[in-house]
Design a protein around this ligand. Structure first.
Ligand code: ADP
Length: 488
């Protein structure tokens, strides 16, 4: 039998170990889907305080390995979960990773993120040596891993066991680029000649993501539509020009859903199960959700709107702020679960008591509550300014919670516009980034909700969609094989 394809994921978060967003869902699920297809996938990530606190049994694979930050050689241990069959490896160096958060606090990023993630990237070579693992391909994710393709070319060229490794950089969110002051460049361990317009320099700053885009063998994003959008100035976050130069090697592969975790027929985190053949449980979940947020029971007949989101500008909270008074005036209840930027925490904490009984707010990262919102809400709102893929709209469809989304990025690839006359489609989309367009789409959904037969049809259309990882994993594998067998 031919050797399985050997792939190393280098990623800064993965479920069930540490998560701030959709990246963790991808990194915790895709490797298993690829393994099911026969690839030998290993995942390298930092050993955060969050993981330590879980008291997860771990085994030390190797002690006192050496990574680097510029000229400094720094020791780390390599750990792996004791659980059978988990292909995960953790880089343990407490000075860098034993903190309350992954990248920073609501007040801002950690001051030493360059040191932390340059170090993390530098561990790839010693880790592969310690594991005696010669990857055919290194799949790097986002700016935190973007130095790896650069190191492959300029530090590790010809070094066993990485001599043959190709690299793929997946961009999960182009807005986060890993920008640092020029003075820190020596900490990357790279020659100053790479601090140029054709390398990691970006308006006199270090841009780690740019380095990855320029030097990876191929680049991908998490939906086909986003891979096109980011080549335009509107969505390119200053890197559209660089991305256009890589257009031939730029791909878009949609994220998938792990239906073992996100299926209302089996979800252990919700009070009542339901499925397309029997939707009764949904009403019970709605009651539980309204109770959890202290909403007025009299509003149960109204469509319940839900949001689960990082509280960041990307997610369209300025549009929400603009439409909120009208929704509240019309007694349309809304629940919001999120954490993120402090300005949004403050805004929501002020709004909640003002609209008590109609608006439920929880500032937290709470997976159980996220599942209850998917199961209990009728309509899910995602007015994103941009959305590389978006997972919640796909979860929502599976839970019969009809999405109202802005027509951007992966939302366009996954939500089909409802045609009320034909009873087709899975959600409501709006184009223009404006409060008017947003409220219009919400109104269309609210109106459709009044027509029980139509609404049931829309719910069922969504519940029958299949965004499972199997499909996307096959596409990744095809791309890996293409890369390994020659230039794309
Ligand atoms: P992004 O990666 O931009 O944050 P996605 O929609 O791709 O957005 O993925 C977000 C993921 O994080 C989903 O799994 C969502 O349920 C989860 N999530 C976001 N905020 C919270 C929260 N406050 N509590 C629980 N889960 C959350």
């Amino acid at each position: 039998m031919a050797q399985p394809l050997r792939v190393l994921f280098v990623v800064s978060e993965a479920v069930p170990y540490a998560k701030t967003g959709g990246l963790a869902d991808v990194a915790g699920t895709l490797p298993y889907a690829l393994r099911d297809l026969g690839a030998d996938v290993r995942v390298l990530m930092p050993y955060y305080g969050q993981i330590k606190q879980k008291n997860l049994p771990v085994t030390c694979v190797a002690e006192n390995l050496e990574g680097t930050v510029g000229p400094l050689r720094l020791r780390f241990n390599l750990l792996t979960p004791a659980e059978d069959g988990a292909p995960f490896y953790f880089v343990e160096r407490d000075e860098f990773f034993e903190r309350s958060q992954l990248y920073g606090t609501p007040q801002g990023d950690y001051f030493d993120n360059l040191e932390r993630f340059a170090f993390f990237c530098s561990t790839v070579l010693p880790v592969c040596r310690a594991l005696d693992f010669a990857p055919d391909l290194i799949h790097c994710h986002d700016w935190q891993a973007a130095l790896v393709p650069v190191y492959l070319r300029y530090r590790w060229a010809g070094e066993a066991p990485l001599a043959r490794a190709k690299s793929l950089l997946t961009i999960h969110n182009l807005a986060y680029q890993g920008l640092f002051p020029k003075e820190k460049f020596p900490l990357t361990g790279l020659n100053w000649s790479l601090f140029s317009i054709n390398g990691l320099e970006y308006y006199d700053k270090i841009n780690l993501l740019k380095g990855g885009i320029v030097f990876a063998d191929a680049v991908s994003t998490v939906s086909p539509n986003y891979s096109q959008e980011i080549q335009t100035p509107e969505y390119g976050y200053g890197l559209d020009g660089v991305l256009r130069t890589r257009a031939e090697a730029l791909f878009g592969i949609l994220n998938g859903v792990d239906y073992r975790d996100w299926d209302p027929a089996t979800d252990p985190l919700i009070p009542a199960h339901y499925h397309p053949g029997d939707l009764k449980g949904k009403a019970k979940n709605k009651r539980a959700l309204m109770a959890a947020f202290g909403l007025d029971k009299k509003l149960a007949k109204q469509p319940l709107l839900g949001i689960i989101s990082r509280l960041a500008d990307q997610k369209g909270f300025d549009l929400l702020a603009a439409v909120l008074p009208e929704l509240m005036f019309r007694d349309i209840p809304l629940v919001i679960l999120g954490t993120g930027e402090e300005k949004y925490h403050r805004w929501l904490e002020e709004a909640a008591p003002k609209y008590a009984g109609r608006l439920g707010v929880k500032i937290a990262f709470d997976n159980r509550l996220a599942h209850l919102i998917e199961a209990g809400a009728d309509i899910f709102l995602m007015p994103s300014r941009y959305e590389p893929c978006g997972l919640n709209q796909m979860y929502s469809m599976k839970y019969g919670t009809v999405p109202v989304v802005r027509a951007t990025g992966g939302l366009v690839d996954t939500v089909t516009p409802v045609d009320t006359a034909k009873g087709t489609g899975t959600g409501f989309l709006f184009e223009e980034y404006s409060a008017e367009a947003f409220i219009k789409a919400i109104n269309q959904a609210v109106e459709a909700y009044q027509n029980k037969k139509l609404w049931r049809k829309i719910m069922l259309n969504g519940m029958k969609e299949d965004f499972s990882w199997q499909v996307s994993a096959k596409k990744y594998l095809e791309l890996y094989q293409r890369l390994v067998s020659g230039p794309v």
